[in-house]
Ligand binder design. Structure first.
Ligand code: PEP
Ligand code: MN
Length: 262
């Protein structure tokens, strides 16, 4: 086995009064990308009022094509920090480059390592040194063993405030963009000592599947979900097709409550 520090007593990760992996599942919500102050503030207040616990917003974006919107960078991080402070929600944003870890950590409460960087070992070591919580998404073509080995790199630097995230893997199925690996949720919870959340938005690739996948993940024991929300998804600069409108996010929250899942 290529890991050992991931094993042990379960412990919740606490961020500004929010307990991830505690008694109640948590909801991380917000736009795929921070696009403007107005866009972000609108979503931030809406998700806060609907009951979200953490605000997300990408500023450094890992886009498949270099011609796609790459994110607002530090300007986006400043807007995210401002929205977090205004609403009282802790904020999370992705860091792509090991050289940017210290910079991003100045603005966010949780660092996100994206699926494409799950095995970027220099980045993992660097977020391990940052000392603040790290949400690391499972790479979409790696096994659970490989995933836990990747997490071990973060732990080796002395940071054990780690949150795992199943966000869908590549399979032959064309029912959704990626296949949400539901079994991975209980397996990761049983094997590791970290909270495990699910990202139904990136798994689905389409907004009509976000609610059913969110329900499935929470019913399988996920400690929370991460969902993309945009005030006008048709105008989104990234991941519009899977982004919920603010109204749809409210419906998702009330449906999850109706099923006692949050
Ligand atoms: C994201 O959270 O916007 C993102 C790029 O996710 P993933 O790394 O899972 O593709
Ligand atoms: Mn996205």
């Amino acid at each position: 086995m290529g890991y050992k520090l991931v094993l042990g007593e379960k412990a919740a990760v606490k961020v500004k009064g929010v307990e991830i992996g505690g008694k109640k599942p948590i909801v991380i919500a917000g736009p795929c990308s921070v696009e403007s102050k107005d866009q972000l503030m609108e979503v931030a207040w809406a998700v806060k009022e609907a009951g979200a616990h953490v605000l997300r917003g990408g500023a450094f974006k890992p886009r498949t094509s270099p011609y796609s919107f790459q994110g607002l960078g530090v300007e986006g991080l400043k807007m995210l920090r401002e929205a977090g402070d205004a609403t009282g929600l802790p904020v999370i944003s992705e860091v792509l480059d090991p050289r940017d870890v210290k910079l991003v950590a100045e603005y966010v409460d949780i660092l996100q390592v994206g699926a494409r960087n799950c095995q970027n070992f220099p980045l993992l070591r660097e977020v391990g040194k940052a000392g603040i919580p790290v949400l690391i998404k499972r790479g979409f073509s790696i096994t659970l063993e490989e995933y836990l080995c990747a997490v071990e790199y973060i732990l080796l630097e002395g940071n054990d405030k780690v949150i795992l995230c199943e966000r869908g893997i590549r399979t032959f199925s064309d029912s959704s963009r990626f296949t949400l690996d539901i079994a991975a949720i209980p397996r990761l919870k049983d094997t590791s000592r970290f909270p495990v959340i699910a990202d139904p938005s990136h798994a689905a690739g389409r907004r009509d599947l976000v609610l059913p996948l969110a329900k499935a993940a929470l019913a399988a024991g996920a400690d929370g979900i991460m969902v993309e929300v945009h005030p006008r998804p048709d105008e989104a600069l990234s991941d519009g097709s899977q982004s919920l409108t603010v109204e749809q996010f409210r419906e998702l929250m009330s449906e999850l409550r109706r099923w006692n899942l949050v």
